[in-house]
Ligand binder design. Structure first.
Ligand code: FAD
Ligand code: MLT
Ligand code: ZN
Length: 471
């Protein structure tokens, strides 16, 4: 360790206390490896501040010493954005001790929380006041609201409520020089110059450190209806989505696509989960909510599914008869990602397309992957209602999954070229992190990249905030 590093460590200890500066390898472990075990780093220290003032002082100390900072929330990200490099020069700044509820304004329907609050706690805090925070992800017990905003997380209710970006009204951010940008306003209308909060949303810790946010709340759902429908192909799922939007209007909250292969994979690792409608190649998991007390929601959903079945769109469907049944249907969806991790590595994609372009993409993608990598298995699922698929390519059965990863560049090119040709995005909701930096440069226009670089240089001239991520 150099003298400079020793000095900065002393300063960090003076700011957050010795117990919150982790320098030993074993105590850093949970913070320097991503949950998928794809990225392994080493940190000069893991620092755990508990207030905005402490974050600001940590950032000032690091800026003065030229020490890079990797912000981290729940460490559930998919692209290695929260993992330091292996130089042991970077400081991981974890926000998890900043987890307080600052305020709830019921009349304004807003909640003000610190960045390290777990998403599930934000939801529960809103529910305790009869309100609803709709952002919902399989990782909601572990991910933090600061991480959600920094990745502009999507999840399973985007169809109705939008991404994390659509749910934030105000932000408090510590800038790269340690000053605090206080834009913690709970206003639905505010056209006073550039809307700076949106620069930080989705910037993956490269422009500033989010320390608190004002979030929008909604009326709590009174009635919820969940259904699992078997369909013959993805075109039928797209037509069913259109019909359900018509039948249920904005009571339709989520519409997820699951391939039989993905469902089997999930049930292999969670054998106690049900198989609600066996024997179909594709499934739609449908969630509808109504906040009105007098609701015809359940009957309307059943009628719409029946009508879809009569027209051959739906082959079979199960409507949850209890909250527990609904939770078990959702567990089939929410556990796919974790089951994939247990199954072994695969080449993941998180793509967005116009919903109308998805059936052709699925057909063409399958043909091209099979031509290039005979026997490769596709694990396809995702947020069809948002035009967002998790299109993952796994090694042929019985072959070495890790060795198959050597094909990642070629597989990415097949998948992302198809996506690009259809006007889509190579990262719908997971961000870029370190996983997709090269792909970002391959597909983004030169002007867009240059504007991003200029914004980065303006806000972080020393390049100390999450270097090597995004750009
Ligand atoms: P981290 O992983 O800790 O960090 C993510 C990025 O944000 C990093 O670049 C980090 O540097 C930065 N960051 C974190 N906190 C801050 C902060 N306070 N200020 C500045 N930068 C910060 N994602 C979806 O979008 N949709 C899904 O449906 C979804 N489902 C998932 C299901 C499972 C089972 C799992 C494990 C993950 C899922 N994810 C999903 C991915 C992940 O949960 C999200 O990306 C989430 O928003 C990350 O939050 P986090 O607190 O864990 O952030
Ligand atoms: C999901 O929707 O389950 C996630 O975004 C995680 C994944 O893609 O694996
Ligand atoms: Zn997702």
């Amino acid at each position: 360790m150099s003298i400079g590093n020793a000095n900065v460590l002393d300063e960090l200890v003076a700011i957050v206390g010795r117990g919150n500066v982790l320098t030993r390898r074993e105590e850093q472990q949970a913070y320097v490896v991503d949950w998928r075990d794809r990225y392994h780093g080493r940190a000069l220290a893991v620092v755990r501040p508990q207030s905005t003032e402490e974050v600001a002082r940590v950032v000032r100390a690091c800026a003065a010493a030229g020490v890079p900072i990797v912000p981290q929330g729940g460490n559930t990200g998919m692209c290695g954005g929260a993992t330091p490099d292996d130089s042991a020069r970077e400081v991981v700044l974890t926000l998890t001790r900043m987890n307080r509820l600052r305020a709830i304004d019921v009349d304004n329907a807003t909640i003000t929380v610190e960045a390290g609050m777990p998403l599930a706690t934000v939801q529960a805090s809103a529910a305790a006041h009869g309100l609803h925070f709709p952002l919902s992800l399989g990782s909601e017990g572990s991910c933090t609201i600061g991480g959600n905003l920094s990745t502009n997380a999507g999840g399973t209710a985007v169809l109705r409520f939008g991404n994390a970006r659509d749910l934030v009204l105000g932000l408090e951010v510590v800038l790269a020089d340690g000053r605090v940008l206080d834009a913690l306003r709970g206003l639905r209308k505010d056209n006073t110059g550039y809307d700076l909060k949106h620069l930080f949303v989705g910037s993956e810790g490269t422009l500033g450190i989010v320390t608190a946010a004002v979030l929008k709340l909604f009326p709590a759902p009174h009635v919820q209806a969940t259904a699992f429908a078997g369909v013959a192909d993805v075109s039928a799922a797209v037509r069913l989505l259109r019909d359900l939007k018509q039948a249920l209007s904005d009571r339709l909250v989520g519409f997820e696509l699951i391939s039989r292969f993905a469902l089997d994979l999930c049930r292999r690792h969670h054998p106690s989960l049900p198989d609600p409608v066996p024997g179909h190649p594709w499934y739609a998991l449908i969630q509808a909510n109504d906040s009105a007390a007098q609701s015809t929601l359940a009957a309307d959903l059943e009628r719409a599914l029946l009508s879809a079945a009569e027209r051959g769109l739906v082959q079979d469907a199960a409507v949850a008869q209890s909250a527990e049944q609904a939770a078990r249907m959702w567990a089939l969806r929410d556990n796919i990602s974790e089951s994939q991790r247990r199954e072994g590595p695969n080449v993941k994609h998180d793509i967005a397309l116009p919903v109308s372009a998805i059936p052709a993409f699925i057909a063409e993608g399958a043909t091209r992957i099979e031509q290039a990598f005979p026997g490769a298995r596709l694990v396809v699922f995702g947020h069809l209602g948002d035009g967002n698929l998790h299109y993952n390519v796994a090694a042929p059965a019985g072959t070495d999954a890790r060795a198959f990863l050597a094909n990642t560049p070629a597989i990415n090119r097949i998948v992302h070229d198809l996506v690009s040709a259809a006007g889509g995005s190579i990262s719908a909701e997971h961000g870029i992190g370190q996983l997709k930096r090269a792909e970002l440069r391959h597909y983004k226009g030169a002007v867009e990249i240059e504007v991003m670089e200029r914004i980065k240089a303006a806000l972080d001239p020393q390049g100390l905030l999450n270097p090597g991520k995004v750009l």
